[in-house]
Ligand binder design. Sequence first.
Ligand code: ADP
Ligand code: MG
Length: 141
Amino acid sequence: MATFVTHSPEETKALARQVTQKKTSGIIALSGELGAGKTTFTQGLAEGLGIKEPIISPTFILIRQYQTPKSGRIFYHVDLYRLEEDLGSIGLGEIIGNKENLVVIEWAEKAKSLLPEDVVKINLDKLEGNLRRITVSGLQS
Ligand code: ADP
Ligand code: MG
């Protein structure tokens, strides 16, 4: 496990860009309170993958997908904050099941039952001001 402290959204994105140098498929599980920086981190992942479209909070759409220009894989951005229906009904199992996909899940703790063992877990903690403590586990060094 590695722990980082970032001082700005830009630094958080830079850390996420580094993650995409090691992880181009599979599952990245993000957890942390509202405003901790999960979507910001996801934006950095998308930058690292060369995605030019803006990454926005999925709000009522729980899953958005983006084509990655570099690898040709599909980048899925999932936000389960507003998940009300049965987890099994949103098609996430199939998306996770395709090992070619890179799937980033905000509020991943709500999808525990679907997560494989080799998930990269990222926890973001809000410290004072713009400080965020970010712990990364499960990333091969
Ligand atoms: P979440 O998706 O976890 O609810 P967001 O990424 O949407 O969080 O929001 C994080 C907010 O905190 C943004 O307004 C961002 O500009 C701000 N922020 C301030 N400092 C940082 C930092 N070090 N890392 C990430 N976001 C930060
Ligand atoms: Mg968010």
